[in-house]
Ligand binder design. Structure first.
Ligand SMILES: [Zn+2]
Length: 110
């Protein structure tokens, strides 16, 4: 297994040092060793899910316009490249590569 002291790679798939849930598990906080910390709301992450189910729903116009009151119920690392997030609405298929999480957090924080 990888040691804890992994240097974040902001050009590729570098991961955060820690994965922290705050605000009753509705906010995902990802601090990086460089002191940059990114935050993402559970509802926004759910809305950004790229799994096959969500992609199909978007294509069919059946994807919800927004998710409110969601929390993250479980976080599973997928190797060193991604997190699998489980949401309180029961959706647990989303795989969020670190590069995608950073991209999302940038967009979500404005
Ligand atoms: Zn999904």
């Amino acid at each position: 297994m990888a040691a804890a002291a992994v240097q974040p790679d902001f050009s590729g798939g570098g991961r955060a040092d820690e994965v922290i849930l705050r605000n009753n598990d509705s906010t995902l906080e990802l601090p990086f060793a460089s002191s940059v910390s990114i935050e993402a709301n559970a509802g926004a992450l759910r809305a950004a899910c790229r799994c096959a189910w969500c992609t199909k729903a978007r294509v069919e116009g059946a994807f919800p316009g927004g998710f409110s009151g969601l929390s993250i119920t479980q976080i599973k690392p997928i190797g060193t490249y991604a997190l699998n997030l489980h949401f309180s609405d029961g959706h647990d298929r989303g795989v969020f590569p670190w590069s995608y999480l950073r991209q999302l957090a940038k967009g979500l924080s404005g």
